[in-house]
Design a protein around this ligand. Structure first.
Ligand code: CU
Length: 473
């Protein structure tokens, strides 16, 4: 009689027996013993998964994502990834037919602790073969997941098992190394964090630990399936397969030490820029950065295939933009090439052109007002190029953009959105009103130094002025 217990034993034996040298197919009897796959289709940021067994650690928060639960079996953490087609809401009103893992693109984050023995079952429910590469891991060569090189491809419908020890702590990811151009362009990837097993001199304990992956799609306005032969001309710029305003904000408490881990699986670099604070790069997928090699930055360029973890103290209250500094990456889909019409009188022109080209709009004249006021008709299932309304009016951003919300009241462990910042009186840039003038009368001509110490002989005026340097003379 085959009891469930026997199945479990068979499964463990099959998995262990086959896993010594390379990722291998799992037999039918072993399949019955696999960990129940956990599926998550919500695109909202899920609460961090606090470990209920194994070594304790401080879990990460996956932006618009989640962490995959595991099963502890004979001292091994067992995960079950399902590679499969998924439907992902990229932004409200825009759904995309993607490929991902366990119901979502990105796949779930995998969190383990340095020294953990890990067993990952990968079931392929795609219409073609796949393989999973564990980007950045030290592992046996046969577990590296390069289809055709280190293992046979995982055929459609089959399950393979990977086994290795998470040898070094850090920031990693996983993605297919099989039909890559298609499978990554379709949204297949996930984050991996290996926490340190003990206090590490180069790994700070932080109050908030966020992670996400930069990714891009080429989806024609009006359609829902990415074009998979695209090499460079992607048009949707995402963080974890979401576009602003659908990317959740980073909600923190004033004074928190914040870590944000970022990986880049697009085909171009992204200079990620944070407002209001300076950060340091404390680690990459190569490991923790030595302290002597850290310096303050407010923008860091993340190249293709790279990972960076930035850290800072969130000490300035407010709603601080965090975004890619390439302007066209903070926009959503553009249906066609638009001419620049700055300085051209186009009164009434846009409406006429729209009769011929329905999604036509004029750029560079009135911000996004043309689009917002005239309710430009968009093809179905198309996210507006950049139309969100912030607390102060139109927020002309899309794509790779989000907000760091620093609040006094945000409780430790609370990741909920506190709403928009309430500015103290007199601290918001404002229009100059009646009784005030646009510029206070010049008290001195910047070209004529008038230091209290007397006139200074200057022939060159440097930016910033040299008044006050009179003591040198
Ligand atoms: Cu970018």
């Amino acid at each position: 009689m085959n009891s469930r217990r026997q199945f479990l034993q068979l499964g463990a034996a099959a998995a262990l027996g086959g896993a010594a040298t390379a990722a291998t197919a799992v037999s039918r009897s072993a399949l019955a013993a696999l960990p129940e796959p956990v599926i998550q289709t919500s695109p909202l940021t899920q609460v961090p998964l606090v470990p209920n067994n194994g070594r304790p650690y401080n879990p990460v928060v996956t932006l618009n994502g989640w962490t995959l639960p595991w099963r502890m079996k004979d001292g091994v953490k067992e995960f079950h990834l399902i590679a499969e087609p998924v439907v992902r809401e990229l932004a409200p009103g825009t759904r995309a037919n993607l490929w991902g893992y366990n119901g979502s693109s990105p796949g779930p984050t995998i969190e383990v602790v340095e020294g953990d023995k890990v067993r990952i079952f990968v079931t392929n429910k795609l219409p073609e073969h796949t393989a999973v590469h564990w980007h950045g891991q030290r592992l046996p060569n046969g577990m590296d997941g390069v289809g055709g090189l280190t293992q046979p491809q995982i055929p459609a419908g089959k399950t393979f098992v990977y086994e290795f020890t998470a040898r070094r702590p850090g920031t990693f990811m996983y993605h297919p190394h099989a039909d890559e151009m298609v499978q990554i362009a379709m949204g297949m990837f996930g984050f991996w964090v290996t926490h340190p097993k003990q206090k590490h001199p180069l790994i700070a304990e932080v109050d908030r630990d966020f992670c996400f992956i930069l990714n891009a799609f080429d989806i024609e306005p009006g359609s829902a399936t990415p074009k998979v032969m695209t090499m460079l001309e992607f048009n949707l710029w995402c963080w974890n397969s979401r576009m602003f305003p659908a990317i959740d904000s980073f909600n923190v408490r004033q004074g928190d030490r914040v870590r944000i881990r970022i990986g880049n699986l697009t085909m171009t670099n992204h200079p990620i820029h944070l407002h209001g604070h300076e950060f340091e790069i404390t680690g990459t997928d190569g490991g923790p950065t030595p302290k002597s090699a850290r310096w303050p930055e407010i923008t860091t360029d993340i190249a293709v295939g790279q990972m960076r973890q930035i850290e800072f103290i969130a000490d300035e209250l407010g709603d601080w933009a965090i975004h890619c500094h390439k302007s066209h990456h903070t926009m959503n889909a553009m249906g066609h090439k638009l001419p620049t019409l700055i300085g051209v009188d186009h009164t009434g022109l846009a409406a006429k052109i729209r009769k011929v080209v329905p999604d036509y709009m004029v750029m560079g004249e009135r911000g996004m007002a043309d689009m917002q006021e005239m309710e430009m008709p968009l093809p179905e299932n198309t996210v507006p190029m950049m139309t969100d309304t912030g607390p102060m009016g139109p927020l002309e951003m899309g794509g790779m953009f989000s907000v760091l919300k620093v609040r006094k009241e945000q409780k430790p462990g609370d990741y909920s959105d506190p709403g928009w910042f309430k500015h103290p009186p007199g601290t918001v840039a404002r229009q100059v009103g009646a009784g005030e003038t646009a510029m206070t009368p010049a008290t001195r001509d910047p070209g004529t130094p008038t230091s209290p110490a007397g006139p200074v002989e200057l022939t060159v005026r440097k930016p910033g002025g040299n008044a006050g340097h009179s003591s040198h003379h």
